[in-house]
Design a protein around this ligand. Structure first.
Ligand SMILES: NC(=O)c1ccc[n+]([C@@H]2O[C@H](COP(=O)([O-])OP(=O)(O)OC[C@H]3O[C@@H](n4cnc5c(N)ncnc54)[C@H](O)[C@@H]3O)[C@@H](O)[C@H]2O)c1
Length: 308
């Protein structure tokens, strides 16, 4: 009897796949997007790049924005821009290194007192070393793990309980396509992003198990973006894997959040890449990765220069 039940569940799940894909197709044309007016959105690393873009866009959509960034100057500039357009109480900047666990917990309490309970947390801050593994500085590799993965533990621990209490909220993980596939000269970065992807998925399952249907997660996995973080990185197949414009990543991410979409890969071709990697033996999928030039993509990497 149990075997029959398992077979029926399996058949149901297989049939659900094309239904899901059809749903995704329809959703690209039309889908009701949840409003974010009255939400309090906290974005780590919101003083630059796509964090900044998301802050401005969330503010335009009516949300109150809180920026946490180690770069206070950048965070202040974004907050000033939002305040000028939408008013004083709609944006707040705080200087913090999110790898400092105790400071994260203390500042989270301060934000709750000064602004209110955070309802959308965007774990976006990130750094990259960008060197072949044996040449990479030990302290930079550790810091990469701390910023890109471990800090998500502290911020999520700080803000998730309020979301659970109201059964209302959203945890967003800005990971990377490097969280799905390894890349030469990005060993620590890929390890950190694989970690972030695993963290997101596990939290999603915990929420599911708890029956907290009002608390959502979204994991974002973009290819290289033209923000300066990966300056010098290149693509061999720009027609399939272009260096992305920050505006596109911001738009797709906010749309995914407003659709309560669990994962988003940008560009969409990455879904196909992941599928191939899942079914092909490594000898063939590695050759495809080589063909696409992925392992040469970091050869001319410069990264952020000081003046950025
Ligand atoms: N740029 C890309 O090609 C690319 C591709 C895929 C994923 N991503 C990811 O997107 C996210 C945003 O990247 P971006 O391109 O906008 O980079 P960015 O450098 O423009 O922004 C990152 C922000 O994080 C902040 N930050 C860094 N360390 C911090 C710390 N310890 N505490 C607090 N804030 C800190 C920085 O000050 C900066 O404002 C990152 O997680 C990155 O890994 C970027």
């Amino acid at each position: 009897m149990n075997v029959l039940k398992d077979v029926a569940t399996g058949v149901g799940l297989v049939l659900a796949t094309p239904v899901h894909m059809l749903g995704r197709l329809v959703s690209n044309v039309w889908w009701p997007l949840k409003g974010v007016k009255d939400e309090i959105v906290l974005i780590t690393g919101g003083g630059s790049g796509i964090g900044k873009g998301m802050a401005l866009k969330f503010a335009d959509l009516g949300a109150t924005v809180v920026i946490w960034d180690v770069n206070k100057k950048g965070a202040d500039a974004v907050v000033a821009e939002i305040r000028e357009k939408h008013g004083q109480d709609r944006a707040h900047a705080y200087a913090i290194d999110i790898t400092d666990r105790e400071k994260v917990y203390a500042l989270a309490k301060q934000v709750k007192r000064e602004v209110g309970a955070v309802t959308i947390l965007v774990n976006n801050a990130g750094i990259v070393t960008g060197k072949p593994f044996l040449e990479a500085d030990d302290s930079k590799m550790v810091k990469t793990m701390e910023v890109n993965t471990i800090a998500h533990f502290w911020t999520t621990k700080a803000f998730l309980p309020d979301m659970l209490e109201k059964n209302h909220g959203h945890i967003v993980t800005v990971a990377s396509s490097a969280g799905k596939v390894g890349v030469a000269s990005l060993a620590d970065y890929c390890a950190s992003k694989f970690g972030a992807v695993g963290f997101d998925e596990s939290i999603r399952f915990e929420l599911r198990k708890m029956g907290k249907t009002g608390v959502h997660t979204t994991c974002v996995c973009p290819f290289f973006i033209d923000t300066g973080m990966f300056e010098g990185a290149k693509t061999k197949v720009p027609w399939l894997l272009p260096i992305l414009k920050p505006e596109l990543v911001v738009d797709r991410t906010i749309r995914a959040i407003r659709m309560n979409q669990a994962t988003v890969a940008i560009p969409r071709f990455l879904y196909f890449g992941q599928f191939l990697q899942g079914i092909l033996p490594p000898s063939i999928s590695d050759a495809i990765v080589d063909l696409f030039g992925a392992n040469d993509s970091m050869d001319d990497f410069i990264g952020r220069t000081k003046k950025d």
